[in-house]
Design a protein around this ligand. Structure first.
Ligand SMILES: Cc1ncc(COP(=O)(O)O)c(C=O)c1O
Length: 571
């Protein structure tokens, strides 16, 4: 039995109505179109294809969905799988089926490949090692030993009295006051108490994912844009754009200055947005950066404050990795810069918002604990209402309020965690160096930004994909290609080091080393040496999804849905 399926969206349109806008603003009447029934009859004449036609009932009323399938003789026409597949798609909303989620990026595809063949020292020693997951497992023993030493907190008891009922019934979307207090103090401690956080200005969310999306809902209407320095965390396409309809315009940073944000890059991005009729509502940075593993310099922070002040726009600082800064220069929060500049209680003070989460610093991504911190009461109030869609369970809040209010524990945890991250980072960098691979000088995070330009067969994003596939399938390492982070230069990869044991990291580096050696041998034999230190330049041949996820070119900023791939552009 063989089967070839093609799913085709046919747009039967009025004469001279071939504008992209009509995809999003479909005519209410089908003037001048072939009737649905007539079209079905024509389709049914097509042999040897059997055609399943489903009249379009959705807002995209000028589209007709056809599902063509080769069906061997004697097979009933209405094959169940064919029917269900097609019906399933038509039953869903445009938002649910649009692909601005970014699930098709190599960042997520790499995870899928890992899931199919995960490395296990005993059960699957040749499997893929997961180095594409920014997870912090280095200090788990510290958390476990705190739980062991505090059985009452873990058992939801206080003074021998069970808190089970209280916690089970608690449903206030403002969150447990005790948790907000201890989270505020923890965040101050990470910043060496140079800034303090008022628990009243905290909105609790289910992780930084929810915090970022909620802020985007609060600050931008569909079709309005935020500027983001590249490379950036691949999940932002999903978190910032997918459901909000907001757009991301990249601030292109380059290896020539270690991917630092410059004034001209900020200006270029702003102008690019204007050219596309996108109203810029703000800038979003991650400090420290994912994927660079570096914290923002004072100069960059200064530039950002001046830029958002002059343009009268917002600044979101995602500081989810603030507690992972393991070497100098240390971490400086944007709030500290505002404070030092005497800008507290100024206009810009209210337009700067912090995103935080315990997923990285405390290594608890499964607990889904995040927060928005804003000095604008209106943002706090709107975000609190929206937080109903992603609350943190009371049990989790209670347990963590106990843990974070134990100052002795948090101080020790933060310093020990930094020490372990530093050690691990050095270990990986040294091993990469031995294999002739360099990294961007990093001081934070759970990953390194690794330069493999010299291993590319061509200095293009096709070359990067080719190398990435080899590394996933032949070497057995899932790392994240720079293009999945919207990097504008091919050949950079994010490699995580904190989600595995030392032994696994040693093995991963051995595999990579052998691969580099075998490549060098092959290139000697073929007498066509691989280009060393290739010339980094913007390639026009980026994979389609790199730009389709990063921004679209609308005809008009407002009435546009950011879901349709047809509107995407390669710039
Ligand atoms: C910069 C950044 N923001 C947000 C997130 C999402 O974090 P959470 O697990 O708290 O939703 C991540 C996760 O990797 C991240 O790297």
């Amino acid at each position: 039995m063989w089967e070839a399926c093609a799913l085709i969206f046919l747009r039967i349109k009025k004469k001279n109505e071939e504008t992209l806008d009509s995809v999003h603003n479909p005519p209410t009447k089908n003037h001048g179109q072939i009737s649905d029934l007539a079209f079905l009859i024509i389709c049914l004449q097509l042999a040897p294809l059997s055609v399943l036609y489903i009249p379009s009932q959705t807002r995209r009323s000028n589209q007709i969905l056809l599902h063509f399938q080769h069906i061997p003789p004697n097979t009933p026409v209405s094959s169940p799988s064919l029917l269900t597949d097609t019906l399933k798609i038509k039953m869903l909303s445009a938002k649910a089926t649009c692909n601005s989620h970014g699930q098709d990026s190599s960042y997520f595809l790499g995870w899928e490949e890992y899931e199919k063949n995960p490395y296990n020292q005993l059960k699957n020693p040749n499997g893929i090692i997961q180095m594409g997951l920014a997870e912090n497992q280095l200090s788990f023993d510290l958390l476990e030993s705190w739980l062991k030493n505090n059985p009452d907190s873990a058992g939801f008891k206080a003074d021998n009295h069970s808190l089970f009922k209280e916690l089970a019934l608690f449903q206030d979307y403002h969150g447990l006051p005790a948790f907000k207090n201890s989270l505020a103090e923890f965040m101050s401690e990470i910043r060496a108490n140079k800034v303090t956080f008022d628990p009243k200005n905290i909105v609790l969310t289910a992780g930084a994912t929810s915090a970022n999306e909620t802020l985007m809902f609060c600050l931008a209407d569909p079709g309005e844009a935020f500027l983001l320095p590249t490379p950036y965390y691949p999940g932002f396409d999903r978190d910032l754009k997918w459901r909000t309809g907001a757009e991301i315009v990249p601030i292109h940073c380059s290896s020539s200055n270690s991917f630092r944000i410059t004034e001209s890059a900020l200006k270029d991005a702003y102008e690019q947005a204007q050219k596309q009729n996108l109203k810029v509502k703000g800038v979003l940075v991650t400090n420290p950066s994912n994927p660079l593993g570096t914290s923002l310099s004072l100069h960059e922070l200064d530039l950002l404050v001046n830029f958002v002040s002059s343009k009268n726009i917002h600044l979101i600082s995602d500081e989810i990795y603030s507690g992972t800064v393991f070497s100098s220069p240390g971490f400086v929060s944007i709030l500290e810069v505002l404070k030092n500049k005497g800008l507290m209680n100024s206009d810009v003070w209210k337009r700067v918002h912090i995103v935080y989460s315990l997923s990285k610093d405390l290594g608890l991504p499964g607990f889904r604990v995040g927060a928005i911190y804003s000095n604008d009461d209106m943002v706090v109030s709107a975000a609190t209402k929206m937080s109903s869609f992603g609350l943190i369970s009371s049990q989790t809040q209670y347990l963590l309020s106990e843990m974070l209010s134990d100052k002795k524990f948090t101080r020790n945890y933060l310093s020990e965690n930094r020490r372990r991250l530093k050690q691990r980072h050095e270990m990986m960098e040294k091993a990469l160096q031995k294999a002739g691979i360099r990294c961007l000088k990093g001081n934070a995070g759970l990953f390194s930004w690794v330069d493999m330009r010299h291993l590319l067969s061509s200095q293009t994003f096709e070359g990067e994909m080719e190398l990435w596939k080899k590394i996933v399938y032949e070497v057995g390492l899932n790392i994240s290609p720079g293009s999945s982070c919207h990097c504008s230069e091919p050949g950079w990869f994010r490699v995580c080091f904190a989600n595995m044991s030392k032994e696994t990291l040693v093995l991963a580096m051995q595999r990579l080393h052998s691969f580099v050696n075998s490549m060098a041998k092959k290139s000697k034999q073929s007498r066509h040496p691989q280009p060393l230190n290739g010339n980094p330049r913007r390639s026009k041949s980026l994979p389609k999804w790199v730009f389709s996820l990063s921004f679209t070119t609308p005809k008009s900023g407002k009435n546009r849905v950011s879901c349709d791939n047809k509107l995407t552009t390669n710039s």
